[in-house]
Design a protein around this ligand. Structure first.
Ligand code: XMP
Ligand code: MG
Length: 181
């Protein structure tokens, strides 16, 4: 375990099993279709890679990078597009892949945007869900794991751009982000 991590919440093996399970579910749901999988950068990158490895339908991948103004530990709701899709979404079946839903503001913005762009269907797959953080009414169609209202890192999730490459999801020692030890 990395020295900055206080505890592991979700192990590498649990994540792998979950990716296989979700992949099988998506395989069944998109059978015969050609969905556009949209990864929300950067946090969704490891999860997208693993979950789509087990999704056995034809699919297209694209990426979107959005940032919210304000603090680094929470999103503010004002979302700015840093990198847009290269693909037209009109008429497409979209599979939005996220690392975590907290307030829900980021996804709420994306869903509205893709509806406006006339997507045929929109499904949200998130590795983690923090239901206690929700400020807007949005639900993922597929949730890997529910997590408590704690700041988590690893497997795509960062603190100041670090820890995304950890193979598990964990909680940082408080001293790392300036809290009490
Ligand atoms: P919202 O609030 O828009 O949040 O649903 C989505 C984005 O907020 C970030 N976020 C976190 N990042 N650990 C992180 O590393 C967390 O515990 C956490 N909670 C929210 C993340 O960027 C996510 O895409
Ligand atoms: Mg993020």
């Amino acid at each position: 375990m990395h020295n900055d991590i206080e505890k592991i919440l979700i192990s590498e093996q649990e994540i792998k099993n979950k990716c296989k399970e979700i992949g099988a579910q998506l395989t069944a749901e998109y059978n015969g279709k050609f969905p556009l999988a949209i990864g929300v950068l950067k946090g969704a990158m490891p999860f997208m890679s693993d979950v789509l490895r087990y999704t056995e339908t034809h699919l297209e991948m694209d990426f979107m990078d959005v940032s919210s103004y304000g603090g680094e530990m929470r999103s503010s709701g004002e979302v700015k597009i840093v990198k847009d899709l290269n693909t037209k979404v009109e008429g497409r079946d979209l599979l939005i892949i996220e690392d975590i839903i907290d307030s829900g503001l980021t996804l709420n913005y994306l869903v509205d945007l893709f509806k406006y762009r006339k997507a045929n269907s929109i499904k949200i797959v998130t590795l983690l869900d923090k239901p206690e953080g929700r400020t807007v009414d949005i639900k993922a169609d597929v949730v890997g794991f529910k997590v408590p209202n704690e700041f988590v890192v690893g497997y795509g999730l960062d603190y100041q751009e670090k820890y995304r490459n950890l193979p598990y999801v964990g909680v940082l020692k408080p001293k790392i982000y300036g809290g009490e030890e």
